[in-house]
Write a protein that binds this ligand. Structure first.
Ligand SMILES: Nc1ncnc2c1ncn2[C@@H]1O[C@H](COP(=O)(O)OP(=O)(O)OP(=O)(O)O)[C@@H](O)[C@H]1O
Ligand SMILES: [Mg+2]
Length: 246
């Protein structure tokens, strides 16, 4: 039997050889200055996301949700406090170390899907592997397995303009997972989907990440969407207002 990327990773998880990324924030603050105004986008935020846990982050517009994801991804730097990925303080990491970690260990899902219009669905889904220089003979079988898994086996040759929003987001989920990351960062992944399509997408995301032991941090302002998380925090003006485990 041909071993798929999915079954391979599942076996590794069962043998305890791969686990999701552990994320910890210790008193993290981020200020942005524009002209004379300084905004506390995050204000002394401490939290812990265990390996394989699915954390939902809620909060009104401007409460600091995307800032939190950007800092965890190392796309922006905290002004105070420390972020730990797998118990390592990332403030000490060099830029290329952060870039490598991001490329290998993080999968991103965005509200606007961010697919490349000139690439087919299967090329978009395979993008992390294409960028790593893998030949078609390597990436194509993997993408085919994944497209089948998300119900899009017959859509591989379609261009994004020929897909529905829900289909585009499923391609984006495959793109986020195909390089077998240990952490998924999702910013309003259902923001452009109707509730039924959003539910389907979240079901797939949760099922796969639970099966593979991948950690997820998902931003949303919809309580129904947040209910998919194992844990929930609510931000207000850059501070954690409320947190709950399920
Ligand atoms: N690059 C930036 N420069 C200046 N201010 C910024 C920058 N990024 C974010 N901010 C400010 O920081 C605060 C938090 O922004 P953030 O994008 O994290 O909010 P959010 O919770 O993701 O909101 P939304 O739900 O609208 O996406 C806001 O007041 C925003 O204007
Ligand atoms: Mg945002």
């Amino acid at each position: 039997m041909v071993e798929t990327a999915v079954t391979k990773r599942r076996e590794l998880v069962e043998k305890n050889q791969i686990r999701g990324c552990e994320v910890r924030l210790d008193q993290v603050s981020k200020q942005y200055t524009q002209g004379k105004e300084t905004v506390d986008a995050l204000d002394k935020v401490s939290l812990e996301v265990k390996a394989g846990e699915f954390l939902a982050v809620m909060g009104a517009s401007g409460s600091g949700k995307s800032t939190l994801l950007n800092l965890v991804a190392g796309l922006d730097k905290a002004n105070q406090g420390e972020i730990f990925l797998n118990d390592q303080a990332i403030s000490g990491w060099k830029d290329n170390q952060l870039t490598l970690f991001r490329r290998r260990e993080i999968g991103f899902v965005f509200q606007l899907f961010n697919l490349m219009p000139t690439l087919t669905a299967e090329e978009n889904a395979a993008l992390p592997l294409l960028m790593a220089g893998q030949p078609r003979s390597v990436w194509h079988p993997q993408v085919s397995d994944w497209l089948e898994r998300v119900g899009l086996k017959s859509h591989g040759k379609h261009y994004p303009a020929e897909l529905s929003g829900g289909q585009m987001q499923r391609i984006a989920i495959v793109r986020a997972l195909i390089h077998q990351p240990s952490l998924i960062l999702a910013d309003e992944p259902t923001g452009n989907l109707d509730s039924q399509t959003g539910d389907q997408m979240l079901f797939i995301l949760k099922e796969i990440t639970e099966e593979l032991g991948i950690t997820v941090i998902m931003v949303t302002h919809d309580p129904m969407v947040a209910a998919y998380g194992h844990a929930l925090i609510t931000l207000k003006d850059g501070r954690i207002l409320d947190s709950a485990a399920r």
